[in-house]
Design a protein around this ligand. Structure first.
Ligand code: NA7
Length: 561
């Protein structure tokens, strides 16, 4: 069936709203949600704040930005034809290729006419009598929708640290997450990069060859390991096409959403010599396989993790010629995988360039920005360009800034003042008919895979409501409490990310320290979704708002454990 026919304005307005489904955000999840809603026969529209599709892959267009999940594992799997016709050039595609791909998808499935660009949602208010949402857009327009689906992403609100004098700097200043469409001219410029997370360490080697000087301001060293990117050969392309069904099956069922094969041995099953040989294999393996295919106890046994860290530290010392710089680049305060590990291409090698230097902010913290540069405890350095690679308000940042108001005008940001409360990372109490796939609490791993699971579940839920004559859905508070408690409890146990990671909101001053992923991951998500199905949505209150003779069903939390 063509998912886009007939267009939404020709459909029956079965919920007497402007649209049945309003999606916010044209990133990977939002595009998929739009596709699925249309395919299921709902009228749907998508609002996007940016001028084009892509979400993360629209805003993060800094030099060096690329996937660190394999391209074909990150891409959509809903269409065999799409999978077969799009040939990714590299195992880990660069941002322009991904942006092209997402534009291709939107045009291939005729979705563009359902998308409004430069349309930032400024408020979304639930209207209790009608059971619909009223959404205000930055251009002054107003829309009414039966179901509001915020696919606004977890890494979509860039974070600028509150450095005194930040606005005083007179040179060019950029954030990696808000990169301009016009290429930045780094040629022969004195450049500072602040931040050495995944974005900073991708950008740094990509511009080092162009600049007059590059000064990297590092607050915390990271355990960077090679991405090991390569072009996809014609033989590999043919194999990918041939293996589509098997690839889809693996990606749709695996815990982390990767194709990597898990190892079957623990660290100390092997002698040191065998371990080092295995770690060498890991060092040369693609992207996240250092986490997913490493020794089984890597994230469970600190002594095992320390072995891998020792191996990586040896590698850094072997690559970086200046021992003092090498030492600064080796993390001292956290283990591998305790923070989100970046995957790099020639990152450590960059510090061997004579025009590249590293400032360790642990030793010499930033005091302030001046008109001409950056002042640390060590004095002022002058720059033409400063790049803030300082991260994002992860997980809840966008949702908390959209002016979302649920029952009785309750602000989502107040409802979540102590951290998000969700069920399956898709709904929260007091916000009926509101969903947020790709937000907090879903799972962990290859992001589009588990966000796609949520989109599939939401679409299935909307169809269930339609088929059973309901038009209002709200998660039961007991189900939400159980899911949220499960997230918090599991987060305190290995192999969860550490409390120092931004997955706990730690990078944002004043943000509650609550886990924003789900460390029990996709297996738990799948299990609970199955329970919802089997129990006929017992974890939700379903009602008919048309006549407002709301008949909430008995509230139970059978869907949550
Ligand atoms: P990250 O991973 O949050 O990295 C942000 C970096 O900015 C990190 O090195 C921070 O140091 C640094 N930072 C933050 N605040 C400051 C201040 N005040 N001074 C100096 N340095 C600071 O964001 P990315 O954009 O790199 O990556 C985000 C995700 O995008 C990534 O995980 C992938 O999923 C894609 P810190 O470590 O906090 O000391």
């Amino acid at each position: 069936m063509d998912p886009c026919e007939p267009p939404f304005h020709e459909r029956s307005r079965r919920f007497a709203a402007d649209v049945d489904v309003l999606v916010v955000g044209a990133g990977v999840s939002g595009i998929y949600q739009l596709y699925r809603a249309l395919e299921a026969g709902f009228s749907a529209q998508l609002l996007e704040a940016g001028g084009g599709v892509g979400g993360t892959w629209y805003w993060n267009r800094y030099p060096g930005a690329r996937f660190d999940s394999e391209s074909y594992t990150y891409a959509y799997l809903f269409s065999k034809e799409l999978f077969e016709e799009w040939e990714w050039r590299e195992h880990f595609a660069e941002q322009p290729e991904t942006e092209r791909y997402l534009n291709h998808v939107v045009d291939r499935f005729d979705l563009r006419r359902h998308i409004r660009f430069d349309a930032k949602v400024t408020s979304a208010v639930y209207d209790e009598p009608s059971g619909k949402w009223t959404v205000l857009v930055s251009d002054g327009t107003e829309l009414r929708t039966q179901f509001l689906i915020a696919a606004t992403g977890v890494l979509s609100v860039p974070y600028f640290p509150d450095v005194p004098g930040r606005e005083d700097f007179r040179g060019e200043a950029y954030h990696t997450g808000l990169w301009p469409a016009t290429p930045v001219d780094f040629g022969r410029k004195r450049v500072a990069v602040i931040g050495t997370g995944s974005s900073g360490v991708q950008l740094i080697p990509a511009i080092a060859g162009e600049v007059a000087s590059l000064t990297v301001y590092q607050r915390t060293a990271n355990w960077c390991t090679p991405l090991n990117n390569a072009p996809i050969t014609p033989d590999e392309q043919a194999q990918l096409r041939g293996d589509f069904e098997a690839i889809r099956e693996t990606l749709n069922t695996s815990a982390h959403g990767f194709l990597h094969v898990a190892h079957d041995r623990a660290t100390f099953d092997d002698s040191k010599e065998e371990r080092w040989a295995f770690f060498e294999k890991m060092w040369n393996s693609p992207g996240f396989s250092k986490l997913t295919s490493n020794y089984t106890d890597l994230m469970l046994d600190p002594a095992a993790n320390a072995e891998f860290c020792e191996f990586v530290a040896e590698k850094v010392r072997g690559i970086v010629e200046d021992p003092e710089t090498a030492d600064k680049l080796i993390p001292k305060t956290h283990r591998f995988g305790e923070k989100r590990p970046p995957f790099v291409t020639s990152y450590y090698e960059t510090y061997n360039h004579p025009n590249v230097s590293l400032v360790d902010l642990e030793q010499t913290p930033i005091v302030r920005m001046t008109e001409r540069g950056i002042e640390t405890a060590d004095g002022v350095r002058e720059f033409d360009i400063v790049v803030w690679a300082t991260g994002f308000d992860f997980g809840t940042g966008a949702l908390a800034r959209m002016g979302i108001r649920g029952r009785d005008g309750l602000a989502l940001e107040d409802h979540w003042a102590d951290g998000p409360k969700t069920f399956l990372g898709v709904q929260t109490t007091d916000f009926p008919n509101f969903f947020f796939p790709g937000g907090p609490h879903a799972a962990a791993g290859n992001n589009p895979r588990y966000n796609g699971d949520q989109v599939d579940f939401i679409t299935e839920t909307l169809v269930y409501l339609r088929d059973h004559g309901y038009d209002t859905i709200e998660v039961d508070s007991a189900a939400e409490e159980k899911w949220t408690n499960m997230i918090d409890t599991a987060a305190a146990m290995p192999p969860s990310f550490g409390k120092i990671s931004y997955y706990f909101g730690t990078n944002i001053p004043g943000k509650p320290r609550r886990y924003l992923l789900n460390s029990l991951g996709r297996p738990k998500l799948f299990k609970e979704i199955a329970k919802v199905r089997e129990s006929d949505y017992k974890a939700f209150k379903l009602s008919r708002s048309a006549s407002r003779d709301s008949r909430p069903r008995p509230a139970t939390a059978a869907g949550a454990q």
